[in-house]
Design a protein around this ligand. Structure first.
Ligand code: ZN
Ligand code: ZN
Length: 177
């Protein structure tokens, strides 16, 4: 299968992830999802896109998955679904491409909490409830410095006791600045 589409360099649409945007084109409107490529690319998924009338990329991507267009009003303008197969499609997970502030550096799924043991309130430390990573309160948080909850409890000479109290989330990425 050789057709005209493969003779031009196409790059991936920020919104629908189809390779259907001519390389080097600025503010091109995607024929698959009708998202207008803006200066942010996929770097700021929660930034309101002026080129897309204030829609964020994350909203546009969700709309495309649900409606087949980046916004409901463009459904009638996008190419027929059967035409999409002419373009290469590599779905991306933009949540992993951005690094939102203060998410756990291990799992990037949840915030880090300052917690204390209910049975031993003198012990306070930092913890991710998603992946059970633990940091000592005095330790800078990083993907190298963490321990796991059971290991940390052992280092304190305690039996792992999941009865912890959440005190507050920690802005650990700002802490060193
Ligand atoms: Zn698109
Ligand atoms: Zn985690």
């Amino acid at each position: 299968m050789s057709d005209i589409l493969q003779t031009q360099a196409l790059v991936q649409c920020d919104c629908c992830d189809y390779f259907c945007i001519p390389a080097g084109a600025d503010y091109e409107i995607c024929p698959v999802c009708f998202w207008e490529q803006d200066a942010w690319g996929i770097s700021k998924p929660d930034q309101r896109s002026g080129a897309n009338h204030g829609l964020t990329l994350r909203q546009g991507r969700n709309n495309f998955l649900q409606l087949g267009a980046c916004a409901a009003r463009f459904k009638q303008h996008v190419m027929d679904e059967s035409m999409r197969r002419h373009y290469r499609h590599v779905p991306r997970h933009i949540i992993a491409l951005e690094t939102p502030a203060n998410l756990c550096p291990y799992c990037e799924q949840d915030a880090i909490w300052r917690v204390r043991l209910k049975a031993h309130p003198e012990y306070s430390f930092l913890m991710c409830f998603e992946c059970d990573a633990v940091w000592d309160s005095h330790q800078p948080v990083s993907s190298e410095s963490g321990s796991t909850f059971p290991v940390y409890m052992q280092s304190l000479g305690l039996i792992p006791d999941w009865n912890v109290e959440r005190l507050e989330t920690v802005d650990w990425q700002d802490a060193g600045e």
